[in-house]
Design a protein around this ligand. Structure first.
Ligand SMILES: NC(=O)c1ccc[n+]([C@@H]2O[C@H](COP(=O)([O-])OP(=O)(O)OC[C@H]3O[C@@H](n4cnc5c(N)ncnc54)[C@H](O)[C@@H]3O)[C@@H](O)[C@H]2O)c1
Length: 377
């Protein structure tokens, strides 16, 4: 298969997850384009050189501008904090590269729209990395909704709970600073839950109410821990939502749910049944059908690992489960297929803007303590 040269910007958490995906995809799937791990970019010479060796990249660099301008780079993968997504992605679009960008697309709607405009103008393939869409059990939930098996949809209930910053001594690193991350739990994890709601229901959020809270207001500065700086993002974000299809729901993201590490869960209730998903048991989907015989009615656990389930044929025999890292491999596979075919792949930068419009409406609703209509694209 013809090769495409990939440049990855960012080598830490997502850098590692994406590197693994780029490396594995051709070993298990047969994409029409074979990715070559050409160059990885970060700011620190020593660390990026080490990452290149460990993660399997041919070259390393410290200036993303030089990297996105290289004629031998075909794909740019943006895995940096939110404040740099736009400048990297816009430069990559102008250089004609295909772009995979981490979420949230940008730190505000205005910037996200500028990114969408740039990829549209350049006509380049683009995708935002809401990787949870590509879990086979999640895709089954969407199929059940789309097929009408759940009937009329009443509720989407999404919760994304973590607890890593509960310790007030955790330093004020980029995720606590609005100018770097845009928001806290809102953009970081509620955004995933929101994207899952839009994906599984196949419907847009039209109106929101919201509440944001910051529990730890000051944290030690990373460079001088005896001094403290102000936390400028939310620790917890809660929202009530209305969907265009008439469903009402709640979406919650918090980093202060002690004991909950990465508890990404949703439930959909409809007139003919319900589904429930929990990332900590990501190979399973709970399904309840009103059509079942009365005595046997109850939630059943579907192990979504059969060859009929999305992506599974490429991995293992039924029952041989997959994990977190596979979600990125699936994302990268579909992205490569879109680059090869020129067809739209979802979620793309337009979905990124749509998500951002909802996040911004939640912020406004929280500020004004009123319901807010989500602005049009
Ligand atoms: N899809 C997911 O589930 C998921 C999970 C975690 C994070 N994210 C997103 O991924 C992005 C990165 O988060 P992370 O957790 O990997 O962060 P991180 O702090 O672990 O890593 C950030 C990386 O970006 C690099 N970097 C920062 N500014 C840079 C610049 N100007 N030029 C070059 N490199 C730069 C850093 O050196 C580091 O390698 C964020 O947008 C975050 O919201 C997505």
């Amino acid at each position: 298969m013809p090769e495409v040269n990939v440049a990855l910007v960012g080598y830490a958490f997502m850098g590692r997850a994406h590197s693994n995906a780029w490396r594995q995809v051709s070993r298990f799937f047969s994409p029409r384009l074979t990715p070559r791990l050409k160059v990885i970019c970060g700011r620190d010479r020593r660390n990026v050189a080490k990452a290149a060796g460990q993660l399997g990249w041919e070259e390393w660099a410290t200036d993303w501008r030089e990297v996105v301008g290289r004629p031998d780079v075909d794909v740019v993968d943006v895995s940096t904090p939110g404040d740099s997504h736009a400048e990297i992605a816009i430069a990559a679009a102008q250089a004609g590269k295909a772009i995979l960008c981490e979420k949230p697309l940008a730190n505000d709607v205005r910037t996200a729209k500028a990114m969408l405009k740039a990829v549209r103008k350049a006509g380049v393939p683009n995708m935002i990395c809401h990787n949870y869409r590509r879990i086979p059990a999640v895709m089954l939930a969407r199929e059940l909704v789309a097929s009408g098996r759940l009937g009329r949809i009443f509720h989407f209930r999404g919760t994304y709970l973590q607890d890593w910053p509960v310790d007030p001594q955790m330093p004020l690193y980029w995720r606590f600073r609005k100018e770097k991350s845009g928001s806290g739990a809102l953009g970081d994890i509620l955004s995933h839950s929101l994207d899952l709601g839009r994906f599984v229901l196949g419907s847009e959020v039209t109106e929101v109410a919201g509440a944001l809270e910051t529990f730890v207001k000051r944290r030690p500065l990373p460079e001088s821990p005896r001094r403290k700086g102000r936390v400028t993002v939310d620790d917890a974000a809660l929202s009530l939502v209305r969907f265009a299809n008439g469903a009402v729901g709640s979406i919650e993201g918090t980093r202060f749910a002690t004991g909950r590490k990465n508890y990404n869960r949703f439930e959909v209730n409809g007139s003919r049944g319900s589904v429930a998903f929990d990332l900590e048991r990501m190979n399973e989907l709970e399904y309840y059908s009103q059509d079942d015989d009365g005595k046997e009615r109850g939630f059943r656990r579907i192990l979504a690992t059969e060859p009929e389930h999305a992506f599974f044929k490429a991995w293992w025999p039924a029952g041989h489960i997959i994990g977190y890292e596979h979600t990125f491999t699936h994302t990268v596979f579909d992205f490569l297929e879109a680059v090869a075919s020129g067809k739209r792949v979802r979620p793309d930068f337009e979905d990124g803007v749509r998500n951002q419009l909802v996040l911004e409406a939640i912020e406004r609703a929280a500020r004004t303590r009123r319901w807010v209509a989500v602005a049009a694209l």
